[in-house]
Write a protein that binds this ligand. Structure first.
Ligand code: ATP
Ligand code: MG
Length: 181
């Protein structure tokens, strides 16, 4: 799975509609402190289904909505769209190609998801990314402070992290399931 484009509107500091193309190869985001670099990574985690406001540095999920500044009023919704591309090998012939995943939150109304414009469940979105061995909790996404947390982790936690990175934690879960049957 390849990420091709990220669109944000009303998400954290990205109050105006913003579109970023994600080209092949390595992408770097540079800028002064507080300009929104971490917010971009959080937008990617959020659209992939992140359910914990704390891991998005907020107290409640609505904290991702632009809260307003002295010069601008707050927004009443936030929306993030991620365009991904899948080849036939990972998605099958009929599902291969581009797919746009959108998550929108409105004040007092919670989150809703769409895939290529169609309403879907949160579960459909998490399955899409789980199949591609990525997702909101993928060890491929390393947030600020995470490196320190790995160094300070107990051996058991560190092992868990390595197993997730190696893509074998799903196998453990399935074995446990099979043993109980
Ligand atoms: P650093 O280099 O220090 O890591 P950064 O580029 O990663 O900085 P972010 O942490 O992404 O910066 O952005 C922080 C900015 O986003 C702050 O100015 C904060 O006020 C703003 N921000 C976060 N949430 C909201 C919100 N809901 N509404 C408005 N602004 C927000
Ligand atoms: Mg940052």
């Amino acid at each position: 799975m390849k990420f091709k484009r990220l669109k944000l509107s009303g998400f954290k500091s990205f109050v105006e509609p913003t579109e970023l193309r994600i080209e092949r190869g390595l992408t770097g985001v540079v800028g002064p402190n507080g300009c929104g670099k971490s917010n971009l990574l959080e937008a990617i985690r959020w659209v992939m289904g992140e359910g914990s406001p704390k891991s998005l540095r907020g107290g409640g999920m609505e904290d991702v909505i632009f809260a307003g500044t002295q010069a601008r009023p707050p927004r009443d919704f936030a929306e993030v769209s991620l365009l991904v591309d899948r080849d036939a090998q990972e998605a099958g012939e009929d599902q291969a190609g581009e797919m746009e995943v959108t998550r929108r939150i409105e004040r007092g109304a919670g989150s809703a998801y769409r895939m290529n414009g169609r309403d879907v469940r949160a579960k459909d979105v998490s399955l899409l990314f789980a199949d591609a061995a990525t997702g909101a909790h993928s060890p491929a996404l390393v947030s600020q402070g995470k490196i320190g947390a790995v160094i300070a982790a107990k051996p058991q936690q560190r092992r868990q992290l390595l197993e997730e990175a190696a893509g074998i934690s799903g196998l453990h879960a399935r074995r446990k399931d099979a043993e109980q049957k």
